[in-house]
Structures are given as C-alpha cells and as structure tokens.
Write a protein that binds this ligand. Structure first.
Ligand code: CA
Length: 188
C-alpha cells in the first residue's frame, strides 16, 4: 500500500519539523512548505490526501488557502490555530476546514485527528463517493440528506430565505418543500 500523502504548511520551522517528523514516523509521506502562495499551488497541482494548514502564513493566509481550495477540492484540511477565538472563523462553512488543533498541541492529538479524517474519507469513498463535506456540514447526494449539527438551524434558514423570497412565506411558491428530499427553488 502506498503511504498517504500529507502536505504540511507551516512557517515556524520548529513546528514544521516536529509535525513532519511525527507524521513520517506514523508512515505518512510528508511534504512541508512554509509559504502560503507556494502551498496553494502545490495543493492544487499535487494529489495530497490531507493538508495540515497553519492559520498565519507569509504570502497567503491559511484561511485564504482553505477558502480557495474549497472552490474545487474536498481534500481534508486540519487547521493549526493560535487561539480559540479564531475557531468560529476557521470552522465556519465559508472557510471549509474539516478540523483544527490549537497551538500548543501534542503530536498524538494531531495524528489522532488526521487518522480520523482519513478514515472518514475512506468510509465515504466506499459508500460511493456521493458525500460532500463543507466544514461541519455533510451532504449525501444519493440519499438527499444533509447532516447538520442542529436541524432547527436548517428550518430557521429556510424560513428566513422564504421571508425574503416569497410573497406569502406561509404558502411558499418559489422555495417549495419536496417530500422526502428537501427543498426546490422554482420560478413562479
Ligand atoms: Ca504561522
């Protein structure tokens, strides 16, 4: 079996080396890059199984790299963050990271999170690759199901959108419910 390939993007040499060493000891093939723009190019051109991405980088921030990659890639991304206050942004749907560790972190913790993401990706691909992941939102295309932390949040979003789109939000004509599937946007 060929080793899974991980790209480590971190500009602090001590952390980059420690992560690289720990992941190689776990049997992964590791490339390390310390510049944001270079990292984005490498992540796009080379077929990595997972990215470990520092938030603060020269050239291009980890957030920006993540956002741009998510336009056309579902590669699992673990963010390295400096403080808890940034977590909401990092894990927000607009950014699309899959997980994070907060510095200072233990290598055991990072390895455990990486293994969990790779395992999940493996399971998803066995199920036919019909699942999309965007941050903590998981969409099963075959089953027409979305997995969100809070179902009420989905209802709330739909009713907010209907309030903006519909003449009568109580009797929707544009954003209609499709039983057993979800919602459909249609012209009036
Ligand atoms: Ca940094």
């Amino acid at each position: 079996m060929t080793p899974e390939r991980i790209l480590v993007v971190e500009d602090e040499p001590a952390i980059a080396q420690a992560v690289e060493y720990a992941l190689e000891a776990e049997g992964f093939h590791v490339d390390a890059i310390d510049d944001g723009a270079e990292a984005l190019a490498a992540a796009r051109d080379l077929d990595y199984d997972l990215l470990v991405l520092d938030l603060m980088l020269p050239g291009l921030s980890g957030v920006e790299i993540c956002r741009r990659l998510r336009l056309d890639s579902a590669v699992p991304i673990v963010m390295l963050t400096a403080k808890d206050a940034e977590l909401d942004r990092v894990l927000g749907l607009e950014i699309g990271a899959d997980d994070y560790v907060t510095k200072p972190f233990s290598m055991a913790e990072l390895v455990a999170r990486i293994r969990a993401l790779l395992r999940r990706r493996e399971l998803d691909s066995r199920e036919g690759g019909m699942r999309l992941r965007v941050g903590d939102l998981e969409i099963d295309l075959a089953k027409h199901q979305a997995y969100v932390g809070d179902e009420r949040a989905c209802d709330l979003h739909i009713s907010n959108i209907r309030r903006k789109l519909e003449r009568d939000p109580a009797n929707p004509e544009r954003l209609v419910t499709v039983r057993g599937a979800g919602y459909k946007l249609q012209p009036v």
